[in-house]
Write a protein that binds this ligand. Structure first.
Ligand SMILES: NC(=O)c1ccc[n+]([C@@H]2O[C@H](COP(=O)([O-])OP(=O)(O)OC[C@H]3O[C@@H](n4cnc5c(N)ncnc54)[C@H](OP(=O)(O)O)[C@@H]3O)[C@@H](O)[C@H]2O)c1
Length: 305
């Protein structure tokens, strides 16, 4: 059975708790793939638009009772615990799989998993590495931690949420760590895009041209990924595509022009600072990938050039 077939087969009885921006997208994706869905939201107003397309429960316990898999996507772990840690829900969760998809810390994942175990519920901790508009797409990655056998059992249904459900380990905190690795990339990338847009606006450049060039800009980063992976895993940065010395010169010019354009200076100043450290430390001829050694500073062995 290929992935596409799996995504439409084996209807599963699923409860979706929380219909905020993300929870509503998850519920719609399960419904679209033909699963038997019941939704619940604390504020009933948000459930109303689901009436007619799936079951709408009056409370969380009612939603859980009929489900094989309970997917919770509330604001955070505290909200999840507030919604679930009441007698009727605790009873209803016994024997079911709880999949918790809120953002949070590794320790919170472990605590919720320990709590679920006391109820006799299976637990997967998931972290969503996309915004709601990309739920259900083939490229969409969601990280899961927890028992591999449970992940494999639930995988066909979880494929409804995105084509790349990724099991990152049995230790429950690992999905959170994978999520923060993603968020490092996401926040830095978003910052770069928005600073670039501000640059265009400050200089009265054509914003449409800037955004139209974005696929080329992002391809530039993606193209470098295989060489980054190779150099970082070997901790050898000698085969440079672009050296830190060249990056530093570019960042200094960027800071200068940003200053002339009257833009907030902290972002380019941070870039200059990032590149200055390793260049001053003798890594000027190393590839940009050698920056990971700076980030790993506490653990770093001297890299080869
Ligand atoms: N949006 C994204 O792009 C995105 C991406 C990745 C991960 N996430 C994660 O997904 C989670 C949900 O995000 P969201 O964007 O859907 O947030 P949101 O639109 O603000 O929705 C929050 C949801 O949590 C519920 N809630 C909050 N406190 C509660 C409580 N004490 N008891 C019961 N329900 C409670 C809200 O119910 P009410 O309607 O009753 O207030 C609502 O359903 C967050 O952990 C977020 O970090 C979001």
């Amino acid at each position: 059975m290929n992935e596409a077939e799996q995504r439409t087969s084996s209807p599963t009885r699923i409860a979706v708790l929380g219909l905020g921006n993300m929870g509503a997208a998850l519920a719609r994706a399960f419904i679209a793939r033909g699963h038997d869905v019941t939704v619940w939201n604390r504020n009933a107003e948000r459930s109303r638009s689901f009436a007619g397309s799936c079951g709408v429960a009056a409370d969380a316990a009612e939603a859980c009772r009929g489900a094989e898999m309970v997917v919770a996507c509330l604001a955070n772990y505290r909200a999840t615990r507030e919604a679930l840690d009441i007698p009727a829900v605790r009873e209803a969760l016994a024997g079911r799989t709880l999949v918790q998809l809120s953002t949070g810390l590794p320790a919170e994942a472990q605590q919720l998993g320990d709590w679920a175990a006391t109820l006799g519920a299976g637990y997967l901790d998931g972290k969503i590495a996309v915004t709601p508009g990309r739920i259900g797409e083939d490229l969409t990655v969601i990280f899961y931690a927890g028992p591999k056998v449970l992940f494999e059992a639930r995988r066909p249904a979880l494929l409804s949420l995105g084509g790349r459900p990724t099991h990152v380990g049995e230790e429950l905190g690992r999905a959170s760590i994978a999520d923060f690795a993603f968020l490092s990339f996401y926040f830095a990338g978003i910052l770069g895009i928005l600073y670039g847009a501000a640059f265009c606006q400050a200089a009265e450049m054509d914003l449409d041209q800037f955004f139209a060039a974005m696929p080329s800009f992002t391809a530039e980063m993606v193209e470098r990924v295989p060489s980054f992976r190779d150099m970082i895993s070997r901790r050898d940065y000698a085969q440079a595509q672009s050296t830190l010395k060249v990056d530093l010169a570019g960042a200094r010019l960027l800071a200068q022009v940003a200053g002339q354009a009257g833009l907030a200076p902290r972002f380019p100043a941070f870039l200059v600072e990032m590149f200055e450290g390793p260049v001053g430390g003798g890594l000027g001829e190393a590839d940009t990938a050698a920056l990971t050694e700076v980030f790993l500073k506490a653990k770093a062995r001297p890299p080869s050039q």
